[in-house]
Design a protein around this ligand. Structure first.
Ligand SMILES: Cc1cc2nc3c(=O)[nH]c(=O)nc-3n(C[C@H](O)[C@H](O)[C@H](O)COP(=O)(O)O)c2cc1C
Length: 391
């Protein structure tokens, strides 16, 4: 659409805010409690500086990396998010955008689209699970993901069912019956473009989570699946090792901030970890992921692929994370805002902005490849890092 290109992720966020009904926008803002962690994720990147060169710079710069066996064209993957209702094509549009830009996508088990459709849109799909239900339930979901062609598994382990946000939580309906539609009508009618996108697609926002369905059963509602997860005893490290063995392929543990946990994840069979605090949506007061990264990368970087997610909003953030030890980063809100602002093209727009920003930082730093980035490229203020859980 002409005129729909945006020049920064901040602008995508502004457009998402204008376009989405307030309840849907506030589901993307997410965060928890006082919002300390969600704010620190972004602020911490701003505390890091660069040490650029002026001549002898690289004429050509390479961003390609391999993550969990998947060659990708830039060191940015799309992190799994339960998108729901942002856009009629939801995770399928996100997967198409990632494929168009040569990168991989994580599909949340709380996503609104079936994994088969998402893998068809992007064969570089990692399926993400929470520890929910019995081992038999977990095995059945893994088997479905494997049959669908998922090329890796992400186990997200950082969730403590925190609830309550000082700025208020979104109202997410259990189902879309007439009473619900009437209740949401006033805010939806004030967002005609969002409404029109669903009318054009002849669809209602999906409130079921098809990838949580058990064989032969219908897709549960979001809250039905959430209740099952809440009632499941949290996993032990043996359960994590079981999951890795059951999957038997590339396996990421997402949500690690401590060195001791990173070591245990590697011992349990993880091939990758993402240093992450769930985008600040989990235990508020957890430090920014980028502060926890250097110690974790030092400790296990030679055993597992270390990624980072949380607070990435520009290409220079990606470069800072790579300089401090990450192999690649994953993004969440940035692409959700792009999706809300302009569908698949909006997600591509976000990836293009990040690619451009990475290239510009590589040029200034005199690096010909993202693999050359090192701590010497960044200015780290005293007291910046948090080495958590050192032995
Ligand atoms: C609205 C929303 C929904 C999310 N849903 C999931 C999810 O279903 N599974 C998961 O592993 N992480 C989920 N996350 C966390 C993201 O994968 C990622 O860790 C986080 O968004 C990174 O921070 P950023 O948004 O600052 O980039 C969600 C995040 C947001 C904002």
């Amino acid at each position: 659409m002409a005129g729909s290109w945006f020049e920064t992720v901040a602008e995508a966020e502004r457009r998402a805010r204008r376009r989405l009904p307030p309840s849907v926008y506030s589901a993307l803002v997410a965060g928890s409690e006082k919002g300390l962690t969600v704010a620190d994720n972004v602020a911490a990147f701003g505390e890091l500086g660069f040490a650029p060169h002026v001549a002898g710079l690289a004429e050509k710069r390479d961003q390609a990396v391999t993550v969990m066996g998947q060659p990708i064209s830039l060191p940015v993957l799309l992190s799994p998010t339960g998108v729901q209702a942002v856009h009629p094509d939801a995770e399928v549009a996100v997967a198409r955008a990632a494929a168009a830009r040569g990168t991989a996508v994580g599909l949340s088990s709380f996503a609104s689209k079936p994994i088969e459709e998402v893998v068809a849109a992007n064969p570089q799909t990692f399926f993400q699970v929470y520890w929910s239900g019995t081992r038999e339930h977990m095995a059945a979901r893994l088997e479905r993901a494997r049959r669908a062609g998922a090329v890796g598994l992400i186990a997200t382990l950082d969730w403590s069912f925190a609830n309550g946000r000082d700025w208020g939580s979104p109202r997410i309906p259990e189902r879309l019956d007439l009473a619900t539609m009437l209740r949401f009508a006033p805010e939806v009618l004030r967002r005609p473009r969002w409404l029109a996108s669903f009318v054009r697609a002849r669809r209602l926002p999906e409130l079921t989570v098809p990838n949580m369905a058990l064989p032969g059963e219908p897709a549960p509602s979001f809250f039905g699946a959430y209740r099952e997860w809440m009632q499941t005893p949290p996993p032990t490290w043996d359960d994590v090792a079981w999951l890795a063995g059951q999957w038997g392929g590339p396996f990421m543990v997402k949500g690690v901030v401590r060195v001791d946990d990173a070591t245990r994840a590697a011992d349990a069979g993880a091939s990758a970890i993402s240093v992450s605090n769930h985008g600040g949506n989990n235990l508020d007061g957890t430090p920014a992921a980028i502060r926890a990264l250097p110690a974790v990368a030092d400790a296990v970087g030679d055993r597992v692929e270390v990624l980072l997610d949380g607070g990435v909003r520009r290409g220079s953030d990606v470069v800072k994370a790579l300089a401090l030890g990450a192999r690649a980063v994953m993004i969440g809100r940035a692409y959700l805002w792009g999706l809300a602002a302009n569908g698949q093209a909006g997600v591509e727009n976000v990836l293009d902005l990040l690619r451009g920003g990475i290239d510009s930082a590589l040029l200034a730093l005199g690096r010909a490849s993202v693999s050359e980035l090192c701590p010497d490229d960044v200015v780290v203020p005293p007291g910046f890092a948090r080495a958590l859980g050192l032995p």
